[in-house]
Ligand binder design. Structure first.
Ligand code: MG
Length: 163
């Protein structure tokens, strides 16, 4: 029996677009100039939140709402990249190394491709492992298809010990 363990975690997040024209859109730690912002207690970075939840889930550490409740003024307007970095620290403190994280972002707007490399670089640096971001349109279906918000699914793999 080796002392090697591998765990997978899944994360999901969704935020609706804000009616506040001054709200900036932040995804994967990157500001999308000229795009509608998302509503939320923090900066509403749905990708960073989904990645954080995937990592917490993989490590059996609960979810983002437990660790960073939206009733806590500490995290009002928070930079979600800082929150994600905090999650990475919690996961590593349990002896886990992060293998990789893969994200699927679903929205009709804005176009993600122009910011994809920047998002992947920011997230990968924060997580200390490869983070990939894929964009998908909702084909006009449902709330996402009606351009009411942006959703993100993320999957994370973490490993512990030696083979
Ligand atoms: Mg969120």
């Amino acid at each position: 029996m080796s002392g090697f363990a591998v765990r997978v975690g899944q994360g999901f997040d969704v935020h609706r677009f804000s009616d506040d024209p001054n709200r900036r859109l932040i995804l994967g730690g990157v500001a999308f100039d000229g795009a509608r912002g998302l509503d939320g207690h923090s900066d509403a970075d749905a990708i960073a939140h989904a990645v954080a939840d995937a990592l917490l889930g993989a490590a059996g550490l609960g979810d983002i709402g437990q660790h960073y409740p939206d009733t806590d003024p500490t995290w009002k307007g928070a930079d979600s990249i800082a929150l994600l970095a905090d999650v990475v620290g919690k996961v590593r403190a349990q002896g886990w190394e992060i293998g990789n994280v893969d994200c699927s972002v679903v929205c009709e707007e804005p176009k993600l491709a122009p910011h994809r490399d920047a998002m992947q670089a920011k997230l990968s640096t924060t997580v200390g492992a490869p983070v990939t971001v894929k964009g998908r349109r909702a084909e006009g279906l449902g709330a996402l298809g009606r351009r009411e918000g942006i959703a993100c699914w993320a999957v994370a793999v973490i490993v512990k010990g030696a083979l």
